[in-house]
Design a protein around this ligand. Structure first.
Ligand SMILES: Nc1ncnc2c1ncn2[C@@H]1O[C@H](COP(=O)(O)OP(=O)(O)OP(=O)(O)O)[C@@H](O)[C@H]1O
Length: 257
């Protein structure tokens, strides 16, 4: 579904220095697949997601989605990025309805769909609160609901749970897997947590330090639906986590595994 073909990105900084951020990345993601990207800070993970989202153009190579070259953002590729903040002047309901109404969905229909999504992310009863009245985890749930409102077939998630406490993070991971298992969206998920990547993913992509190259792709052969409590006791889960952590240490050196 998503084909990233020989993508490189070099930024030009304000002082006209050239900063290579990504180098020759090729990756194919199948429809309905959950793929996580792990790599050292600054290796270009967000840049790669932005390129797939159509927010940043690659310096070389191309991304195609269902055979169509990506030249800009599309509602079919829903971003859940930390810096895509909620509208502070809109309520939870208003934030989730925003995209639907912009797409021309009639108000009654938009209202029904927004309420359904708000219930799906466990925020029923909070519809009329404003973002400043919500916790970090609640805000992230609203952001997910707002993106799901567009019915994207692809979710692009950039450390969506990075700023949350461990308990909230685990709950949102479970919720995300529930939503994914129900709708089978294609997910590209950037994280710094090896455990999170193994728990959620069909495949984990590791990258070298900047300029980021693909290091290794690990298929996570664990049964679904997954339960975090069960997996924590599962030897195979632990082996994946330890193996990828070791690989990440060597990824820091940029040396091939
Ligand atoms: N708009 C930009 N202009 C110039 N340089 C940029 C821009 N965006 C990113 N970079 C540079 O590209 C490199 C990769 O950044 P990116 O945010 O993609 O890394 P990352 O792997 O997501 O990092 P982290 O894990 O710390 O979030 C960094 O050196 C960064 O400074």
């Amino acid at each position: 579904m998503i084909a990233i073909e020989a993508v490189s990105k070099t930024f030009e900084t304000e002082k006209r220095r050239r900063l290579p951020a990504l180098c020759d990345i090729s990756l194919a993601v199948a429809a309905g697949e959950f793929v996580s990207i792990l790599g050292p800070s600054g290796c270009g993970k967000s840049t790669l997601l932005y390129i797939v989202g159509g927010f940043v153009a690659p310096s070389a190579g191309a991304v195609t989605v269902n055979g169509q070259r990506v030249t800009g953002p599309s509602p079919d590729r829903g971003p859940v990025f930390q810096e895509f903040a909620l509208f502070p002047w809109k309520t939870v309901l208003g934030n989730v309805m925003y995209g639907l109404q912009r797409q021309g969905v009639a108000r009654q229909q938009a209202l029904a769909r927004a309420r359904e999504l708000i219930a799906m992310v466990h925020l029923a009863g909070y519809e009329n609160l404003y973002p400043k009245e919500l916790s970090g985890g609640m805000k992230q749930r609203v952001a997910i609901a707002r993106t799901l409102a567009y019915r994207p077939s692809i979710l692009l998630m950039d450390e969506p749970f990075g700023a949350l406490d461990a308990h909230t993070r685990t709950r949102l991971q479970n919720d995300l897997l529930d939503i994914w298992e129900r709708d089978r969206k294609t997910v590209l998920f950037v994280t710094h947590s090896v455990e999170e990547a193994v728990f959620l993913s069909d495949r984990v992509v590791t990258m070298t330090r900047a300029p980021g190259r693909l290091k290794q792709i690990i298929a996570i052969d664990l049964p679904r639906p997954r339960s975090r409590a069960a997996l924590l006791l599962d030897r195979r889960f632990q082996d994946y986590v330890v193996g990828i952590e070791r690989l990440m240490d060597s990824a820091d050196s940029g040396a091939p595994a």
